[in-house]
Structure formats: structure tokens, C-alpha cells
Design a protein around this ligand. Sequence first.
Ligand SMILES: [Zn+2]
Length: 210
Amino acid sequence: MAEGDVRSTVVPAGRGVAISVRHGEIVRLTNTYGSQVVDLWALGGEDPAEHSSMDHTRSKNSNIFFKTGMTVYSSERRAMLTMVEDRAGLCHDTLLCPCNAAIYRELGCKGAHRSCTGNFHEALERVGHTCPFTPASLNVFMNVPVQMDGTVDRVPPASMPGDYVRLRAEMDLTLVLSACPQDVTPINGAERQVRDVHVDIAPAAPGGVA
Ligand SMILES: [Zn+2]
């Protein structure tokens, strides 16, 4: 691949991928069908023990949502990813946990069900990393309105087909994305149909400007 090429990949419906991203590169995450939530994590490229932290992200941004202009911070309070554009202007969720086996048991699923937690660890293992626990995820496109009394709701994504967000890497990192396999509740749309999402990674802009 020539220097300067855009690298494109698909996160298959219900699956996870881990991608190496260099400082300054721009990750465009496209909600191809409009209805898919994507759980996102980042691990430091130099030190994979440094991980994206929703605690520090909310604290540094002084906000419980994630919106354009905000940055994902690490467990060391360092900048990892900044959302430089959101075509739909959404409030992305930072509060709810990534889905896991226990949630699907609660929902009455018999036997194994894929989960964002499983996807996180599976994707990391494919690129030679492990993580001894599951950090909280940034839930891109996940629509979790918060009421004045603190009540959280869970409703289908407000995005339309082709809506995208663009995130600038503020350090070298391993990006982990999970096209959430939740097909019991309508969090991935009223049809409860899990779908692919598309990822394009563009080279750093000259001068580092997105
Ligand atoms: Zn999930």
C-alpha cells in the first residue's frame, strides 16, 4: 500500500476488529445502515496497559455525553481520540456498559450469544494483545437520553444511513470496534437487525490539521 492511501475495512455485524492507528490519522466510522451501535475502545500504541477511560473522558470533558470537539482520554488522562466531525450531530453514550454474557442471560437467551465484551477480547487476541479486564466502552451512535432525575432511557440510534463520525488519533493506538450484537432490545434499531459498519482511516493531514 502506498503512503497516503486510505485504509478501509468493515466491522462485520455482531463482530469486532482491532486496528493499529497512527498519531494524526483520521478514522471515519460510517453507520452504513444508520441503525448500528459501535462500541469503541483504544489501547496505547506504546503501552497497551493504557486504555481509554470513560471515567476520565467524562471528567475531562465535563459532560456525560460524547459530542463533536470532545476527546477520549486514557486511564493516564492523556488524549487518545478527538471527534472532529459528526455528520448527524449526536450525543453518543459514555454511561452504559458494553454488553456481555450476563446481560444476554438476563434477557433470557439460551446458550451462547455474541457480545461486545467478547468481541473486545477476541479482536485484541487476533492482534497479539490481551487485556485482563473490560474497560468501559464509548458507545458510538448509541442513543441513551438522560432525564433531569438521572433516569436513562435506551432508544434506537438517531443516525441515518451513511451518517458518520470522524475521529483524530492523538497518539499511536490500537483501536477496537465492535458492531454490537444486541438483537433482543431495540438499541440497534426497531428491526433488531445487527448490521455491518464501515471504517476508513486517512493519513494525517499536513501540519496535523484535520
Ligand atoms: Zn454490545
